[in-house]
Design a protein around this ligand. Structure first.
Ligand code: TTP
Ligand code: MG
Length: 407
C-alpha cells in the first residue's frame, strides 16, 4: 500500500474560463477557443456547454462549427492563459514545495504528511481551490490518492469544480469499476484492442496476468498492469518544469513558398526561444513538424552538441530540417511547427560558442525586454517582417492556432 498522498489538480475548461473572466457574457454558453469558423485551426478548448454537442479539443474548427453553429468561436490569447497559469502555479507552490507542473493548467503535489498543517488533506484541497477561485477567478478540480495515476483519474472524474478523495489504500478498488479509457495511457489505439479481448473495466484489466499484458503490449503493458492495480510509484518531480516547448500554426492557405515557410518558422522559433529564456532554460534537441495538404504529418529532429536558447541557432537548425523535407516532398504545407526538448537549466553551463554568438544572446535578451513591454510583434527580425502583410496581428503577436507548453 502506498504511504504517500498525492494531489492532482487541473483547471476546468481552462482557456474558455479565462475568456469568461474578460467577458462574462460568455458564461453559460457554448464557447470554443481555437479559431473562427471558416478558419482551419483546431479546437483548443470547448466549454462544457459546447462539449454537450460533441465538441472536444483537437477537433477541426470546421467540424465543431457544423456540430454547434451557435457556439461562440474565439481565437484566444496565449499570453493571458500563460499569465493565469503562472498565478495558479504560484498558489500551488505556497501549499507544497513538492510540485510538478504538467502542461499549462495542471500539477501534481506530493502532500504526504501535510495533514499536520491543514488538519486533513481534504481541507487542504478545499483551501487550494478557494485561493485559486479568489485570486485567479478559476475553478479547479482535485483528486487525492496514493499515487499520481489514481489522483489524476480522480480529478478527471470529479470535474467540473470537483474534489474526490480516494480513501487510503483504496486506489485499486476505486479504479476497478471504471471504464478502461479512464486510465491515462489507454488511448484510441489500446482501448479497441482491449475491448476486443473482452476487457471493459479497469478491474478486468487489473486481473489480466502481468505476463500476458507484457506479451500483448510490451513494457507499456507492464506499466498498464501496475496502474490498473492502482500501483504507481512515480515521484512528483521536484521543481519539475516543462520538458519541451513548441509552437505551431496552420496556414490560412496551404503553401510551398519557401520564403513564407521560413518567415513563419523564424517567428515560431523566436517564440520558442523567448519562452526558453523566460524559463531560464536551454535546449539541445530541435524538432520541426510539417503537415502537408493531405494531412500526412512528419517530424524531423536534430540534437545539437551543446544546448542553446538563441533565436538564430534554433531557427537555423529548424530551417535546415525544413529545407531537407521540402526537397523530398512536393505537396504544399498546411501546418508548420517547431519545438525544443532535452532541456537544461541555462545557468552554470560553460558557453562554448564564440563571442559573436554570445553577442547574439545579448541581442535576444534585449529584444525580449522590448517585446515584454510592447508586445511580441513590436520588433520584427528581417524574416518575420514579411508576416505583417500576411497574418493578423494581435497584442500577443500573430495568432497561433495551437500554442503549447507541453508535457
Ligand atoms: P485540459 O486540462 O486538457 O482541458 P480543459 O482545461 O480545457 O478542460 P478540462 O480540464 O475541464 O477537461 O487542457 C488545458 C488547456 O490546454 C485547454 O484549456 C486548452 C489547451 N489545450 C490545447 O491547446 N490543445 C489540446 O489538444 C488540449 C487537450 C488542451
Ligand atoms: Mg484543464
Amino acid at each position: 500500500m502506498s504511504n504517500r498522498t498525492i494531489i492532482h489538480i487541473d483547471l476546468d475548461a481552462f482557456f474558455v474560463s479565462v475568456e469568461r473572466l474578460r467577458d462574462p457574457s460568455l458564461n453559460g454558453k457554448p464557447v470554443v477557443v481555437g479559431g473562427k469558423p471558416g478558419g482551419r485551426g483546431v479546437v483548443a478548448c470547448a466549454s462544457y456547454e459546447a462539449r454537450a454537442f460533441g465538441l472536444h479539443a483537437g477537433m477541426p474548427i470546421s467540424r465543431a462549427y457544423r456540430l454547434c453553429p451557435q457556439a461562440i468561436f474565439i481565437e484566444g490569447s496565449y499570453h493571458r492563459y500563460s499569465e493565469a497559469s503562472e498565478k495558479f502555479m504560484r498558489i500551488l507552490a505556497d501549499f507544497s514545495p513538492f510540485i510538478e507542473p504538467m502542461g499549462i493548467d495542471e500539477a501534481y503535489l506530493d502532500v504526504t504528511g501535510f495533514e499536520s498543517i491543514h488538519g486533513t488533506i481534504h481541507r487542504m484541497a478545499v483551501a487550494i481551490k478557494e485561493r485559486v477561485k479568489k485570486e485567479v477567478g478559476l475553478c479547479a478540480s482535485v483528486g487525492i490518492a496514493g499515487g499520481k495515476v489514481v489522483a489524476k483519474v480522480a480529478s478527471d472524474l470529479s470535474k467540473p469544480d470537483g474534489l474526490v478523495e480516494v480513501p487510503r489504500g483504496g486506489d485499486a478498488t476505486f479504479l476497478s469499476p471504471l471504464a478502461i479509457d479512464k486510465l491515462p495511457g489507454i488511448g484510441e489505439k489500446t482501448a479497441p484492442k482491449l475491448k476486443g479481448l473482452g476487457i471493459k473495466t479497469i478491474g478486468q484489466l487489473a486481473a489480466l496476468p502481468a505476463e500476458s499484458m507484457k506479451r500483448h503490449f510490451g513494457i507499456y503493458g507492464q506499466m498498464l498492469h501496475l496502474w490498473a492495480n492502482g500501483i504507481d510509484d512515480r515521484k512528483v518531480e521536484l521543481r519539475g518544469e516543462a520538458k519541451s516547448i513548441s509552437r505551431e500554426t496552420t496556414f490560412a492557405r496551404d503553401t510551398r513558398d519557401g520564403v513564407v515557410l521560413k518567415a513563419m518558422l523564424r517567428y515560431l522559433a523566436e517564440r520558442v526561444a523567448a519562452e526558453l529564456r523566460n524559463h531560464e532554460k536551454q535546449a539541445r534537441t530541435i524538432s520541426i513538424k510539417i503537415r502537408y495538404a493531405d494531412f500526412t504529418t512528419i517530424s524531423r529532429r536534430l540534437t545539437l552538441p551543446q544546448s542553446t536558447d538563441r533565436n538564430q541557432i534554433i531557427f537555423a537548425t529548424g530551417a535546415a530540417q525544413l529545407d531537407k523535407a521540402l526537397t523530398v516532398e512536393r505537396q504544399p504545407v498546411r501546418l508548420i511547427g517547431i519545438g525544443v526538448s532535452h532541456l537544461a537549466e541555462s545557468g552554470g553551463q560553460l558557453d562554448m560558442f564564440d563571442l559573436s554568438s554570445r553577442r547574439l544572446g545579448q541581442l535576444d535578451r534585449a529584444v525580449d525586454r522590448i517585446r515584454r513591454r510592447y508586445g511580441f510583434a513590436a520588433i520584427q527580425t528581417g524574416r518575420t517582417h514579411l508576416l505583417k502583410d500576411l497574418f493578423p496581428e494581435t497584442e500577443a503577436g500573430y495568432s497561433l492556432h495551437t500554442p503549447s507548453l507541453s508535457r
